[in-house]
Design a protein. Structure first.
Length: 315
């Protein structure tokens, strides 16, 4: 079997990111369908600087109240960097770091909003990022995180999500701190690390790079989460070395199927075996082309979850 008895967290917002329209009715239908997915543990929710039409916070009342949630402010971080290139918790610039720390208050407010909706403590974790692009400093990141961990987070865990680091000769997608720096800080401050398979491969330019990142975090005792998400090479739909959450190669049926995604069944097996100590396992897929219907997008993620389910014919 591929996924064992695991339940899966889904970055469902990636499914709707390229839709031209997303009405109130669409939101209600979408989250009702997501709620019925096999083996679903909870949802990863984004925070944006600029509200999008498919923003889950815009349709908060449509979110299932019995699910748990992981929050990722990465969209907010990347949108902020477009306006303020030195924005970030790891910024060497005083104002850039201060702006990122002020945003932590907004994250805490979102937790309260979400848990007012669910009527319970429903947020499992918040993911934090070592921005800015190309200029992140480990010492600045540590100082910011020391301030953050001193706050009262209740039962909410804090995880550092590793994004691709700066590599000479490569154009980065995110260009944040190297994993070694993040692991050291996480271990010192009692935080977790989350690895996105596709982003680690994007950084290292080899499939084995994701496995190495998972093993590094696991060996340090800080691995908390692994998200399956791919990148591709020379793919008509998913391009080459893009951080666009390509589907898994060779599974399912649909117009979204990649031809050259680097994440296949063998790589999934290896990643999950290396990540045995992780407490959360996630799936984040952004299917193309953009003309896909909402039903086709939901079917894409359903087929992925069925592939990961015990007893799958593809295991």
């Amino acid at each position: 079997m591929i996924g064992g008895k695991r339940s899966w967290w889904v970055g469902a917002y990636a499914l709707t990111a390229t839709l031209e329209r997303f009405s109130e009715r669409d939101a209600a239908d979408f989250y009702a369908a997501i709620h019925q997915l096999p083996g679903l543990a909870g949802l990863e929710l984004p925070l944006h600087l600029l509200e999008k039409k498919d923003d889950p916070w815009r349709h908060l009342h449509c979110l299932p109240r019995d699910l748990d949630f992981i929050l990722t402010p990465l969209p907010y971080v990347m949108q902020s960097l477009e306006k303020q290139p030195l924005f970030g918790l790891a910024s060497p610039d005083h104002e850039g770091r201060a702006a990122a720390l002020r945003f932590i208050s907004e994250i805490r407010q979102r937790i309260h909003r979400l848990e007012d909706h669910t009527g319970r403590a429903a947020v499992r974790a918040v993911q934090l990022h070592s921005a800015p692009t190309g200029q992140a400093e480990a010492a600045s990141f540590r100082r910011s995180l020391e301030d953050i961990v001193a706050m009262d987070w209740g039962a909410v865990e804090l995880w550092l999500e590793h994004c691709d680091a700066v590599i000479p000769g490569q154009i980065p997608a995110k260009g944040f701190l190297p994993l070694a720096d993040e692991v050291t800080i996480a271990k010192d401050l009692g935080l977790g690390i989350t690895i996105n398979w596709g982003r680690s491969v994007l950084e290292t330019r080899q499939v084995e790079g994701a496995l190495h990142h998972i093993q590094t975090a696991a060996h340090a005792g800080v691995l908390r989460s692994v998200f399956l998400s791919s990148t591709a090479q020379n793919d008509p739909l998913y391009g080459t070395w893009l951080d666009n959450h390509a589907p898994v190669q060779g599974i399912g049926v649909g117009p979204w199927r990649p031809t050259h995604s680097l994440l296949n069944a063998d790589a999934v097996h290896a990643a999950l075996a290396a990540a045995a100590q992780a407490s959360c396992f996630g799936l984040k897929i952004q299917p193309f082309p953009v003309t896909l219907s909402l039903a086709e997008r939901i079917d894409c993620i359903r087929q992925h979850l069925e592939f990961l389910r015990p007893g799958s014919a593809q295991t």
